[in-house]
Design a protein around this ligand. Structure first.
Ligand code: NI
Ligand code: MN
Length: 226
């Protein structure tokens, strides 16, 4: 699998069979100004919740690629009203066999209002089981014991977790999440984009290392194998 970071909580996982894009928020992010969104590929676009900082570039990328939008019922319906008819609605605890793997929409403790004030359902994350490996993206969330259930169910190669604090878990709770998820590698996202979520990167990495878990804080625009 190849992981590419596009800044904030936007990333793609190339499974070898499909390019899965998560929470596109690139053009409004000054830290990602060197990313040309015309080059961002997607066979499916996953939206964890309705906040602008997770879906700003969805329409642009979905229009160009034709990729279906996968999210909760309310968000997929909202995009449907804006002309995107090939989305796939889900809700918590439900899973579906897509061509690239089985995806479960998972619990998140957060909020989910859409940019125009529409109701965006409840926020979530995604556990993705492909033919070769499983991974989990929590979306914006607090630490929750529900993560223990995912650790029991899946043999996760890595987890993508927010570490920016204030709006989501910070590094302390993200390490506790990693333990519940039984992962030894975490890709940290949702940090440094805004003043409220600036973190001490080296302190976060050390905190994880002291707990026996590798924390990767990726460079925007870089790809690496997982
Ligand atoms: Ni949010
Ligand atoms: Mn967010």
């Amino acid at each position: 699998m190849t992981f590419t970071y596009y800044g904030h909580a936007c990333f793609s996982v190339n499974t070898g069979e499909a390019k899965l894009l998560f929470d596109p928020f690139i053009t409004p992010n000054p830290l990602a100004s060197h990313i040309d969104i015309q080059t961002v590929e997607a066979d499916a676009i996953f939206i964890s919740h309705g906040h602008e900082d997770h879906l700003a570039d969805t329409a642009t990328i979905a229009s160009r690629t034709g990729a279906p939008i996968i999210s909760n019922w309310e968000i997929v319906s909202w995009f449907g009203k804006h002309g995107f008819q090939n989305g796939h609605p889900m809700n918590h605890g439900g899973a579906w066999n897509f061509p690239f793997g089985r995806v479960k929409y998972t619990t998140a403790i957060h909020s989910s209002g859409l940019p125009d004030g529409s109701y965006g359902g409840n926020p979530g994350g995604f556990a993705v089981q492909t033919a070769t490996a499983a991974f989990y993206y929590s979306g914006d969330t607090a630490l929750t014991k529900d993560m223990e259930l995912l650790g029991e169910e899946y043999s996760l190669r890595f987890a993508v977790l927010p570490v920016g604090d204030n709006f989501t878990m910070g590094p302390q709770d993200a390490l506790r999440a990693a333990k519940m998820l039984r992962v030894n590698k975490v890709i940290g996202v949702h940090f440094d984009t805004f003043p409220y979520i600036k973190i001490d990167r080296s302190a976060a990495v050390k905190h994880f290392a002291d707990g026996g878990v590798e924390l990767v804080l990726p460079e925007i625009g870089k790809s690496f194998a997982l």
